[in-house]
Design a protein around this ligand. Sequence first.
Ligand SMILES: Nc1ncnc2c1ncn2[C@@H]1O[C@H](COP(=O)(O)OP(=O)(O)OP(=O)(O)O)[C@@H](O)[C@H]1O
Ligand SMILES: [Mg+2]
Length: 425
Amino acid sequence: MPVWHLRDYREADLDQAIQIWDQSRQADGEVPIFPVSEVMAAAAADQASVVAAVGDEVIGMVVAQPRGDRAWVLLVALASQWRNRGVGSALLAEVERRLRAVGVRRISVLLPEGATGTKALENSGYLVRNGLAYYERIEPPGAADADALAVLGGRMLPGGLWEAMAGMESEKQVVERRVVLPLVEPAVAERYGVAPPKAVILFGPPGTGKTSFAKAVASRLSWPFVELFPSRLAAATDGGLAVALRDAFADLAGLDAVLLFIDEVEEIAGIRSGKAVDPGHGVTNELLKIIPGFREHEARLLVCATNSIRSLDPAFLRPGRFDYVIPIGPPNPAARAAIWARYLGPAASVDVDHLVRASELFTPADIEFAARKGAQAAFERELTHHQGTPATTDDYLTAIADTRPTLTPQAIAEFNDDIEAYSRF
Ligand SMILES: Nc1ncnc2c1ncn2[C@@H]1O[C@H](COP(=O)(O)OP(=O)(O)OP(=O)(O)O)[C@@H](O)[C@H]1O
Ligand SMILES: [Mg+2]
């Protein structure tokens, strides 16, 4: 066996340190008590963490966190081929020496039974305290991040938004299966080799529910929802949009989990003109650079929405950046019926089928608007005539006739072409 030596932990050790930690954990089948981020933050902050290395290769590591005269050992990790060779005990001895130097008199270690390092601890004179139970309570993500969230203009959305999306069954099914479930069931997903999505694009005509879907997903995941507005970003900093974009992504780093929504993403990821002075060029490049870093974090989902997928930069759409490109289409008759029913409220005797037929090129947003208009007509009539009659089918048909549908046959044809050309899920 080659000789090993002990030295300080350095930031550059991070990747290797995580690797050997994973090795130890898999061997023990344990769930870590201290999460990676916490351990690595402690390793970087206090001078009490020691690495065992052979040449450049890290083979073991102990991370401790001193607090007054007590210290917690957060991590004991050993590369598998270096178990039972005294590396663990040597690491502990060095960490103890450093802790004593800063006044620590009691060193505590919390480990799953039989975990890596147990033997080293016993050999180094640590006493096992039997009969203890470990309690923990995990606050929903976001609760502790309230300040960071507020700075970003983010918020926790209420539950139930997913259920409130009426109709749109096929879109809901795709979003649920591809996006929501792997994030809700990460252990099952991992067992079946399904990588949880980190970034998706929703595209479709205006008012079809892209923003609503993004919010509904955040609501289902109980993740905070943060929306970036390209137009506001540009105004916020002197350095221009590219700098603002980088800063905004950097600010997210403090959040445990986040769904980041960028609406009208074509504004910042439009096709590059190829001209050297194209102002959009740098911004698109910046976003392309940012996405891989974003993808490395756990509990992150970027949802981008656009009405105009064909004007996005092709580099942006390449697999590897976005896991799925999902069309959110105009509602079919069943979806329109569900959306009408949702907005009709207490109007009992309305012929929904008739409304569905009359609102063919309507988006959910158009239906919402026409439903409100129909109700408003009945309300005004009531204030004048006091007859107590609720809104009728005719009220709604009149409202429909007065509402200009968002969709046109041409827009639908183009959308269908876009589905062929761009969708991927
Ligand atoms: N499935 C649905 N059921 C009920 N209401 C819906 C549904 N989808 C969308 N809506 C309503 O329609 C309106 C427009 O939806 P939304 O803003 O999500 O569309 P969008 O696709 O993001 O539009 P845009 O492209 O203009 O940003 C919202 O008021 C929303 O509540
Ligand atoms: Mg929207």
